[in-house]
Design a protein around this ligand. Structure first.
Ligand SMILES: [Zn+2]
Length: 391
């Protein structure tokens, strides 16, 4: 089964350069060719109707089983397992409708996201490609204990990572520091948690099996431990400074700053006060760090923390708007959720180019003119299959 998307303006290749009067060919879920317009026959013909064809969007940080309400932890406690599972499936549809064809779920109670990822891959339900850690590896009593696998010491760290891989995780998530939201009895956001030794064991083992490691790290010691241990991405990274940024460059660690979620936690009415107070304290530091370092020689990815307090499952766009307040360049910002995100995942996704996954969004308007045009979704194609058409 081959297919073609015709009659579109293509945001093509590593620079998302606009090319007109071309068509994109795909087969078995992969892009095979980008050619000048032709009348060649194909099994599947998608008429782009002069829209703009962009790569399917990638959200590098989500929690599919959370609902984005003011207090998702309480919500999931009330709901129970079965409802959480159904909610996560529904959120899979939601991503597709917004042009998000890949998500990285890095924190999920009872490994729900691993089950969802398998069901989607088997074609039982429709959803984005889900790259997921399932549970997170955390010290006993550490950050987000409700979806943690507790590991203390190098031996347990090794066992923890092997367990997640055995269950089907495709990325490993660690809590290198405390956090803002999740525990009313209090935890300090900057406190480092898993040690350098524990983190090192986890990274080595994950890499041995071809998985990357995402580290939740807010305080500077936790960021430093994560980089030296060999993690692939720093999530959040509020207290980034010159020394840490030099290490980030040297060790080629990517940064998913997740600016939007902390603003939401700080401002959103109804979010528990313990979390709002902590978020208010670090939002300014966070924004300042991003402004200071976004131009450095590291990969910067877009992660919304979807499902968190006040963060919807299409908040990837809100994260891009937040990033673009500083970046001030629509093309560069769009890359954080496409080309660069694919590079961070170390997968052939996020680009319209030969050999890449055939994930696309057809937009009515050009997102390079205005990022808000990402809302003008007309059709979404995942692995060469049309999965959403706007009525
Ligand atoms: Zn998160």
């Amino acid at each position: 089964m081959n297919g073609v998307i015709r009659n579109v303006n293509i945001l093509y290749g590593t620079n998302l350069d606009l090319i007109e009067e071309h068509e994109v060919w795909f087969q078995n879920g992969k892009i095979t060719n980008i050619t000048p317009n032709s009348k060649h026959k194909a099994n599947v013909v998608i008429d782009g109707n002069k829209g703009y064809l962009i790569p399917g969007l990638i959200d590098l940080h989500v929690h599919m089983m959370w609902d984005g309400s003011e207090d998702p932890v309480s919500m999931t406690e009330q709901e129970g397992y079965e409802q959480m599972m159904i909610r996560a499936v529904a959120n899979g549809h939601h991503y597709l409708e917004h042009g998000i064809t890949t998500v990285r779920d890095i924190g999920s109670i009872d490994d729900i996201s691993i089950h969802i990822a398998k069901a989607i891959r088997r074609g039982i339900v429709k959803g984005p490609e889900v790259i997921t850690s399932g549970k997170t590896l955390t010290m006993t009593g550490g950050h987000d204990p409700f979806w943690a696998s507790f590991v203390d010491g190098e031996e347990q760290a090794l066992k923890g990572v092997r367990e997640q891989i055995y269950k089907g995780a495709t990325v490993i998530k660690v809590s290198a520091s405390g956090g803002v939201y999740g525990r009313s009895e209090g935890e300090s956001a900057g406190q480092s948690e898993l040690s350098l030794q524990e983190l090192t064991v986890i990274c080595n083992e994950a890499h041995k099996f071809g998985l990357t490691v995402a580290s939740h790290a807010i305080g500077r010691e936790s960021i430093k431990n994560s980089i030296l241990a060999g993690v692939d991405t720093i999530e959040h990274g509020h207290y980034m400074d010159d020394e840490l940024m030099n290490l980030m460059e040297e060790h080629k660690v990517a940064w998913n700053p997740t600016l939007y979620v902390y603003r939401q936690v700080a401002q959103h009415q109804g979010v528990p006060e313990y979390a709002r107070a902590k978020a208010r304290e670090i939002v300014k530091i966070h924004d300042a760090a991003f402004k200071k370092y976004y131009k450095r020689n590291i990969l910067i990815g877009a992660g919304s923390d979807a499902g968190s307090p006040g963060v919807s499952h299409h908040a990837l766009k809100d994260e891009m708007y937040a990033l673009n307040e500083t970046i001030q360049d629509n093309m560069e910002t769009l890359k954080t959720a496409t080309v660069t995100a694919g590079e961070i995942l170390k997968r052939k996704t996020g680009m319209i180019s030969e050999g890449y996954v055939a994930d696309f969004v057809i937009l009515q308007e050009n997102p390079l003119d205005n990022l808000k045009n990402l809302d003008s979704v007309r059709e979404v194609i995942a692995k060469g299959e049309s999965v959403y058409v706007k009525k």
